[in-house]
Write a protein that binds this ligand. Sequence first.
Ligand SMILES: [Zn+2]
Length: 235
Amino acid sequence: MHLRETTWTDAEAVDTDIALLPVGSTEQHGPHAPLGTDALTAQAVADAGADASDREVIVAPPINVGVAEEHRDFAGTLWVSEETFREYVRETIDSLAHHGWDRVVVVNGHGGNVDPLRELCARVSRHGDAYAVPFTWFDAVDAPDMGHGGPVETSLLQHSHAGLVHEDRLEEATEGGADRWGEWVSGVNLAYDTAEFSENGTVGDPRDGSATRGERLLDEASDALGALLDRVAER
Ligand SMILES: [Zn+2]
């Protein structure tokens, strides 16, 4: 059940304690993929996981702005501080729990959100009224070539939101992009901002992506999320 499309009376009648909260980011993903990539992919994974599950699951509306200041040099990128993000997500989880949906899986699509989500979910679970865990979809699938706006994210979008990927810019995206994330010396990443190591914001080669791989990735992510939901429900 998607809260955004549901009346309060129908929400009240749902018999479940499980909720999914999609969390993304609004940030550059190279010249070929939309600023909303991380929110769109998180939502696609949450929807697929909810559809595939035998359980009744609440799907909360997505949080579209996350911890993404590292992309500030590229137009359209939005961000909040880690503190604001942690408080906002935590209070959103508290409000889900208020209605009895107190087992919450945060479905995340952005690397910069990972550390704050882990911290806030631990805090909610230890001291709050809910049990919450973060699920970052690209950590749950076979994606060694993740990059940024690289083949993994591009594939998922080519499957779920084909019209938003500029196929005619994949060449340009690769040429102006970087091979790996960061600028590493002695195990230290010297770069704080993406623009320090990638001219157009891309990391990896999106030409290696395809809608077929995207379909496989979404299936894999949805299976992983389903298994997680079962464990969280039984806990
Ligand atoms: Zn991304």
